[in-house]
Design a protein around this ligand. Structure first.
Ligand code: C6P
Length: 411
């Protein structure tokens, strides 16, 4: 690995990795669900609550001014992290899910009409399917899907027929949380542009693991969550092109999102506060800012290089296990740090339970992607997912655990 990417040193930044589970050292292979937090993020939030807590944008006293400065400072860090043109384009939400719902309802209700089409991929998370189904039902629009092939790659040859004048928005994840596939987002954006469709990128998995540049990508919206990228739960981001956000009505009404209110009506605040009704997640925004500083110090290209190494190793080691079927691409250049599989006919929940007794945390189930599982013809799967602190030795321990499960089930 590159000199400033020392996994052993990185692990020392994560207090939880010292934990034991069932008297075994913790092997945390569930970072795609939520990553662990470095001490600097925990400390930033702790410091804020001990020293600076007050509501933001409201008081003229010192604490409120300091809290506002830190809250807005984090927004600037996030803007630079994804190369947004302006921090005005960074809307704080609760998570990626809320960010997508914001677009589906604030943009969708205003701009979608009966007969319009929303084009998604078959590998989307429920968060990038259900809000669109809801708004489509409301306005009479139709949701269509770009197929995923047997290897887990997006079948872009279908775009010529699927993208039509009716397509108003394309929703695509930059990385699949099940297949691990790094999706050809640029190609999809270029083709969507040709029919005048907007593109929303679900960056919940992509932003934590890959360098992200919204201007170079030329998308219209991007949604992501802090908790999958070393930050706290309870805060996420909707990035949107300024002109689109300006034209959208607010999603929720209340304090902070208004400029003026009378008994008869209200005028909206400027961006991004127009979309941030009520007291926001202040400590969480500050924690998110600290997470961004942490990832920047590591370098996102180094993060990706490390994960490429780990997934390549995992694919190789898992393929050795008899009865194990890997789901998703076998090319580590096109796959993030997510290894999903089935093992014989052991139920993924039983497998996860056995591994838990070995101190190994994996996720089992449909991973909030039921339509994709239906397409793949499996009810549920097991998923090991990796991050900056994952060691090759942990993959070895996972493989040992899988053999143990096979012995228990006499397979
Ligand atoms: N996937 C997983 O274990 P939230 O819950 O809003 O932070 O993120 C939603 C979401 C959206 N898109 C993708 C591609 C995702 O992977 C997720 C979250 C977690 O795979 C929890 S279900």
């Amino acid at each position: 690995m590159t000199s400033n990417f020392d996994v052993g040193k990185i692990r020392q930044d994560f207090p939880i990795l010292e934990r034991r589970v069932h008297d075994q050292p913790l092997i945390f292979l569930d970072s795609a669900a939520s990553s662990q937090k470095p001490a600097c993020v925990i400390e930033a939030m702790n410091h804020y609550y001990r020293n600076t807590h007050a509501n933001v944008h409201r008081g003229v006293h010192t604490l409120s001014e300091e809290a506002t400065e830190q809250y807005e400072g984090a927004r600037k860090k996030i803007a630079r992290f994804i190369n947004a043109k302006s921090s005005r384009e960074i809307v704080y939400t609760r998570n990626a899910t809320e960010a997508i719902n914001l677009v589906a309802f604030a943009w969708g209700r205003t701009n979608l009409r009966a007969g319009d089409e929303i084009l998604l991929t078959e590998s989307e998370h429920h968060s990038n399917i259900v809000p669109w189904q809801m708004v489509a039902r409301e306005v009479g629009a139709k949701v269509r899907y770009i197929p995923v092939d047997a290897k887990g790659y997006l079948d872009t040859s279908t775009l010529d027929t699927l993208l039509t004048k009716q397509t108003k928005l394309v929703g695509i994840a930059s990385m699949s949380n099940v297949l691990g596939t790094i999706l050809p987002v640029s190609e999809v954006i270029q083709q969507a542009r040709a029919v005048g469709a907007l593109v929303l990128v679900d960056g919940a998995q992509g932003v934590p693991h890959l360098p992200t540049d919204v201007q170079a990508l030329d998308c219209d919206f991007m949604a992501f969550s802090a908790h999958k990228m070393c930050g706290p739960t309870g805060i996420g981001v909707l990035w949107g092109r300024r002109e689109l956000l300006e034209a959208m009505p607010p999603f929720m009404g209340g304090g902070d999102m208004i400029r003026k209110v009378t008994f008869d009506g209200a005028e909206w605040n400027d961006l991004p506060w127009k979309f941030e009704a009520g007291t926001p997640a202040i400590a969480e925004a500050i924690g998110f800012g600290a997470a961004i500083d942490y990832l920047n110090a590591l370098g996102m290209s180094n993060v990706r290089a490390h994960e490429r190494d780990i997934i390549a190793y995992a694919l190789e080691r898992l393929a050795e296990v008899p009865g194990l079927t890997l789901i998703g691409p076998d090319d580590p250049d096109r796959r993030g740090g997510v290894a999903t599989f089935t093992l014989d006919n052991i139920h993924p929940h039983d497998l996860a339970d056995i591994l838990d007794h070995e101190g190994i945390a994996i996720r089992a189930g449909h991973h909030c992607a039921q339509p994709l599982h239906q397409k793949l013809g499996v009810q549920a799967s097991s998923r090991a997912s990796f991050y900056i602190y994952t060691l090759r030795e942990e993959i070895d321990r996972l493989v040992d655990g899988l053999y143990k499960a096979k012995t228990i089930f006499k397979r």
